[in-house]
Design a protein around this ligand. Structure first.
Ligand SMILES: C[C@H](O)[C@H](O)[C@@H](O)C(=O)CO
Ligand SMILES: [Mn+2]
Length: 418
């Protein structure tokens, strides 16, 4: 390892030790945390099953940066590149439309065999897999309704898709020896004020009950449900609102998924974690960055990301929280987008682990809010960067912005030739 990186690390370690912070132990803990990197940043949420379908469901990937993956092989190569620039061993989050098959198969008939190449690749690379039924970008969701649809036949199709997805997810878990989290998000909602808000929610509840009816081994597979405030074209009413899924998750022991972009603009998910953790079986995060709306910008090391890290660490919530990413920016290099967002998420966790949590707690309990504020502010300039650099070097990935040259080279050699 570069001697300067090591020297800086030793100095930083001493400084943190003065507050009883064991940096080596923090790095050990950090190395165990898996981030679920979402495949859909690699191709603007197109997938491979229905090439001619436009992205729908009230979400949008804007931009036309060259080099998007066009095949499962290209997507896996891009993911390999991204993972080579990110410290730690992680997971990949797949959507059903990313099936790797030459068969013409519809969503309700998907089976594990359509994802076997993904499983084999994940196994060969020591990665885990997570899964999502894709309840959008399909002719049967063209009016923006799926599991809550008034038409029984359409509901049946989507229920069968969720059922099929759960089996695939459980196979991921079984074959890879690590739990697969399957997240259900449906876009269902109305552009304008509904006459009936209750009916669609009753139908969504019944559909979910049926789709989740079969007991599956929880060490292989966990169900999660994701709420939303509004989507493009569903501005007035979303069936699966936060209250809906909080109720559903609590009543049915499902993980509750909090997407950072799915709440009112000043509402933050960091402030929900401690409260939810007291009642839920588990939490799934969709770490994202809303800019004015659920824009799914690449995650930066902003206050909210740092606060999410703090809440997870201070509340000891890492054991019951699954951390997934959810952004899709087509205006920049897509491999870089993954690397930036994932490295930032790991950085936020490390920053949180290097805080003088005990001293802050004691000050708070003693009513010494002056010390609480003073320490919080002073720690913002503690040598966190030296620890991060050491962690990257030790993990065999580029230190600081060195990764960018690798992405630029990959762009020249691979992405621009597509
Ligand atoms: C593609 C994802 O499933 C999707 O982004 C969903 O998680 C969501 O957040 C929709 O706004
Ligand atoms: Mn999401």
């Amino acid at each position: 390892m570069d001697q300067k990186i090591l020297r800086n690390y030793e100095i930083a370690k001493e400084q943190y030790a003065e507050f009883g912070i064991d940096v080596d132990q923090a790095l050990e803990q950090l190395a165990k945390i898996k981030i679920s990197m979402h495949c859909w940043q690699g191709d603007d949420v197109k997938g491979f099953l229905f090439k001619d379908q436009d992205l729908s469901g009230g979400i949008a990937a804007t931009g036309n940066y060259p080099g998007a993956a066009r095949t499962p092989e290209e997507l896996r190569a891009d993911l390999d590149k991204a993972f080579s620039l990110i410290p730690g061993k992680h997971k990949v989050n797949l959507h059903a439309i990313y099936a790797d098959t030459d068969e013409k198969v519809d969503l309700d008939k998907l089976e594990t065999k359509h994802f076997q190449k993904w499983i084999d690749w994940a196994k060969a690379n020591g990665l885990g897999l997570d899964f999502n039924p894709t309840c959008f970008s399909h002719e049967k969701s063209s009016d923006g309704l799926t599991l809550s649809h008034p038409n029984e036949e359409i509901r049946r199709f989507w229920i069968d898709h969720v059922k099929a997805s759960r089996h695939i997810s459980a196979s991921f878990g079984e074959q890879l020896g690590q739990t697969s989290v399957m997240n259900v998000w449906v876009p269902d909602g109305y552009k304008d004020i509904p006459a009936d808000r209750l009916g669609p929610r009753k139908r969504l509840k019944e559909s979910l009950d049926e789709a989740f009816a079969e007991e599956l081994n929880k060490s292989y597979h966990l169900d999660a449900v994701e709420s939303k405030l509004f989507g493009l074209g569903a501005e007035a009413y979303t069936v699966g609102s936060h209250e809906f899924y909080m109720g559903y998750g609590l009543q049915n022991n499902k993980l509750i998924c909090l997407d950072a972009g799915h709440f009112h603009p000043t509402e933050v998910i960091s402030n929900k974690l401690s409260a939810l953790s007291l009642f839920v079986e588990g939490i799934l995060l969709h770490v994202s960055r809303p800019v004015r709306w659920d824009s799914d910008h690449v995650v930066i090391l902003d206050d909210e990301l740092l606060d999410i890290g703090k809440e997870l660490v201070r509340g000891d919530l890492l054991g019951k929280t699954h951390i997934g990413l959810d952004f899709f920016d087509a205006s920049i290099n897509r491999v870089a987008a993954w690397v930036i967002g994932t490295r930032n998420t790991i950085k936020a966790l490390l920053r949180a682990m290097l805080e003088p949590i005990e001293a802050l707690r004691q000050a708070e309990l003693a009513g010494d809010y002056t010390t609480r504020l003073a320490l919080t502010e002073e720690f913002k300039t503690y040598p966190f960067g030296a620890v991060w650099d050491y962690y990257c070097a030790k993990s065999g990935v580029p230190v600081r912005e060195e990764w960018l040259a690798e992405v630029k080279n990959y762009e020249q050699e691979v992405l621009l030739k597509r």
